[in-house]
Design a protein around this ligand. Sequence first.
Ligand code: AMP
Length: 209
Amino acid sequence: MKIVIFGPPGSGKGTYATLLKSQLGIPHISTGDLVREEIKNKTPIGDKIVKYSNSGKLVPDEIITQILKRRLSPDLSKGFILEGYPRSIEQAKQLENMTKIDVVINLNVPSEVIVSRLSARMQCKNCGSIYNEQTLKPKVPGKCDKCGGALFKREDDQPKIILERLKVYEQTSSPVVDYYRARGSLRDVIVDDPNASPDIVVKKIMSLI
Ligand code: AMP
């Protein structure tokens, strides 16, 4: 099954996609992680896109599509969970040229929940697991429960940049919802309780796919 997890920054896409990956046994592909990897490895593409990522702006469509195409090229016939792409109508069209998506999960999360969640987010440098200083603390401060890796705060999780990312989402990404709704592949999931356990949300998602 080929699934897209769609929603604003901080809607929990990465957390839910990671849990779905272990339940469904299919790969999780995050374009945000692919972008951060290019930047960390200081590749020519990484050097070109760091300015967009660090300021909360979208990487140009042709560059992000090129990065995704490379990742999608190995055999993924059993399916995948794609997170962070598409983020514009142009990208949705590009994705349609690459493969057929079965279902798009649309996470609906109020913006006050998003801002508080992102301001408290931490991620493992090593395995990418996500934590929250308030609601999902690691057992040992600053260390990943799963692999012991160091936790860090993302460059773009500062209040000013979070607001920029939300603005970009409203302007460029939200029209993608209508694109998939018109095709009958959209499933809405409402996450309005800031303390909702990720397992409950994942159960909801599982019932829709
Ligand atoms: P994310 O972790 O999904 O919030 O992505 C982090 C950053 O990577 C975004 O703010 C963008 O700069 C870039 N990025 C990730 N996915 C895309 C995409 N589909 N289109 C454009 N830029 C992207």
